[in-house]
Design a protein around this ligand. Structure first.
Ligand SMILES: [Zn+2]
Length: 101
């Protein structure tokens, strides 16, 4: 998961304060005001729904990207393919774990 700091308008403090935004994969999981510690959190069910909704489009974009690479740089594509076949499922498993936890 990735933490980012940004200034947002806190409804509890009534002022613009520094907030910590926690990302699970590509999605905002929670936002916490650093002054009052009030947290807005997205449930795992909603995150999983968003992940499942976006996954087919991401898979389609990946196949298009792989096709372009295979056509434009066939040799480097062929050498990179075994590594990708190992790491892509690991990457997807990590994303799913972040979204579910
Ligand atoms: Zn606050």
């Amino acid at each position: 998961m990735i933490n980012c700091q940004t200034e947002l308008d806190c409804l509890h403090c009534g002022d613009i304060t520094v907030h910590t935004v926690l990302y699970a994969s590509l999605y905002i999981k929670s936002i916490t005001c650093n002054r009052c510690a009030r947290t807005i959190e997205k449930s795992a069910v909603i995150l999983m729904w968003q992940y499942g909704r976006d996954l087919p489009a991401r898979a389609f974009a990946l196949t298009r990207r792989l096709k372009r690479e295979a056509v434009s740089h066939p040799v480097s594509f062929a050498f990179s393919l075994p590594k990708r076949m190992i790491y892509k499922p690991i990457e997807l498993s990590r994303e799913l774990a972040e979204v579910c936890l």
